[in-house]
Design a protein around this ligand. Structure first.
Ligand SMILES: Nc1ncnc2c1ncn2[C@@H]1O[C@H](COP(=O)(O)OP(=O)(O)O)[C@@H](O)[C@H]1O
Length: 192
């Protein structure tokens, strides 16, 4: 079955509580604004945003099953379960909803952790997840401010905030986020 945008919205929203769907709508709206601002494809940003949290409320065992079905066992399984929905979201977007665009699938896959060499679309979706209007965490307004002029400055500040939060709670950090953050800083230094 080929899903229209409306069908997709129906299928995704029915898998999460109303509050999380409100968050997703905020990410959709913000991702399109950021895509237009920074030169990414707004249709791809919209599609990735619709699907980014599709697996967020799946039972942990179902998430584990999907990750274990992957050829080599996913490194993610050794890290916090909160991270699993992003990778599973990309797998499900392709498998169940027929998304074939690897740029869109990667933007879903890396929307929580980031990665080294983030594409423009990865950055837009990840930043939209940080700053959509429903988000309220210490420092979010500073990130919104930075997002007015620099995608990389804003996203680096977003990752700093996540890493700082995890450090303050003595939680284990999935290292890809640290590498993603360092990579953004390098990009900023190279362009300064
Ligand atoms: N590198 C990381 N290591 C460990 N936990 C992380 C990492 N990055 C994000 N998280 C945690 O994952 C959770 C989900 O992140 P968030 O971006 O809010 O997800 P969502 O995709 O649902 O919007 C948060 O509790 C965050 O602290």
């Amino acid at each position: 079955m080929v899903y229209s945008r409306e069908d997709l919205i129906e299928a995704v929203s029915s898998q999460m509580p109303a509050k999380r769907w409100e968050h997703t709508k905020g990410v959709m709206e913000t991702a399109v604004i950021l895509a237009n601002r920074f030169g990414a494809d707004p249709q791809k940003a919209d599609l990735a945003a619709i699907l980014h949290d599709v697996a967020k409320y799946w039972p942990v065992e179902k998430l584990r099953e999907v990750l274990e079905e992957q050829g080599e066992s996913s490194e993610l399984l050794q890290y916090d379960k909160q991270l699993w929905h992003a990778e599973v979201g990309a797998i499900v977007a392709e498998r169940d909803y027929g998304v074939t665009d690897t740029e869109v699938l990667d933007a879903i896959r890396y929307h929580t952790s980031g990665r080294v060499g983030m594409s423009l679309l990865d950055k837009v979706v990840c930043l939209a997840d940080y700053v959509e209007p429903g988000r309220d965490f210490p420092g979010v307004n500073n990130i919104r401010e930075l997002a007015n002029h620099s995608l990389e400055e804003a996203l680096a500040a977003g990752f700093d905030s996540t890493i700082g939060h995890l450090l303050s709670r003595r939680q284990i950090i999935f290292p890809l986020t640290v590498l993603a953050r360092n990579d953004l800083i390098k990009q900023l230094e190279a362009n300064s």
